[in-house]
Design a protein around this ligand. Structure first.
Ligand code: F6R
Length: 241
């Protein structure tokens, strides 16, 4: 793992957006893996600025998002589809048909998950994947458990994730209880990965990811086994290393 520590979240956003820009300039039809949450927002803002400045053309890019809540349709303002359009896609020029977010309204979630993995494979796999990390070490919605889930699948959210995400809903009761998520195996297939953590509340998870055993109790620890991972941290998130 290539671990880098930055002064603040904006400095990380600039550095991560530069990785995406370099990827897209080198390969205009890149397949990008995207995440939601608060962590990638500075990166998305900088990606939008690079488009605005004419530095990067995203028109050939295809994207796959990590996850989506079950039961929220695309128009719901807390769906990840909505989040991505609101925070990135409306500012850059990726054609809508090249944007992929799992459907939380799929009648057959298992089939939706299978088709998603197949579509990523058919697109040639993800070139660059951005990840955040949960305080319990989760990546995407892969929560601490006893095995690393290989493929995209449906999950029950843990109380800690519901608690962390309730800030976006009217109350904890409004947070969906299930989600569709890319599996650990689907994520590990990405050719390169950048994982970002900011804030001291992520310091324990970051420590376990980098220095702990490779253990599904800290799903992010699996990244120790990936050949091309960049870890971008602010001083708070790096404070236990
Ligand atoms: C979002 C996702 C989650 C978040 C994680 C951290 O698509 O997959 O794993 O990356 O929960 O969330 P934030 O960035 O809000 O701290």
């Amino acid at each position: 793992m290539n671990v880098r520590v930055y002064k603040n979240a904006d400095a990380i956003g600039a550095a991560a957006a530069a990785l995406f820009a370099a990827q897209v300039i080198a390969k205009p039809n890149s397949v990008l893996g995207l995440a939601t949450g608060s962590t990638p927002l500075p990166t998305y803002r900088r990606m939008a600025a690079l488009y605005e400045e004419g530095a990067v053309d995203y028109s050939g890019v295809t994207t796959y998002n990590l996850d989506e809540y079950v039961g929220l349709d695309h128009d719901h303002d807390q769906s990840y589809y909505y989040f991505m359009h609101d925070n990135l896609f409306k500012y850059i020029n990726i054609p809508e048909e090249q944007i992929h977010v799992l459907s939380g309204m799929a009648k057959d979630p298992a089939e939706e998950c299978k088709a998603y993995d197949a579509a990523i494979d058919a697109a040639g796999g993800i070139d660059l994947q951005i990840l955040g990390i949960g305080r319990n070490g989760h990546i995407a919605f892969n929560e601490p458990t006893t095995t690393f889930p290989p493929t995209t699948h449906i999950v029950d959210l843990t109380e800690s994730t519901i608690e962390a995400n309730k800030r976006f809903f009217a109350s904890a009761d409004d947070v969906p209880r299930q989600a569709l998520t890319m599996g650990i195996g689907s994520i590990m297939k990405a050719k390169s990965i950048v994982i970002i953590a900011t804030g001291a509340d992520k310091a324990d998870a970051v420590y376990a990811m980098i220095n702990g055993p490779v253990d599904p109790q800290c799903p992010a620890s699996v990244l120790q086994l990936h050949p091309n991972v960049t870890v971008m941290l602010d001083e708070g998130a790096a404070s236990k290393l």
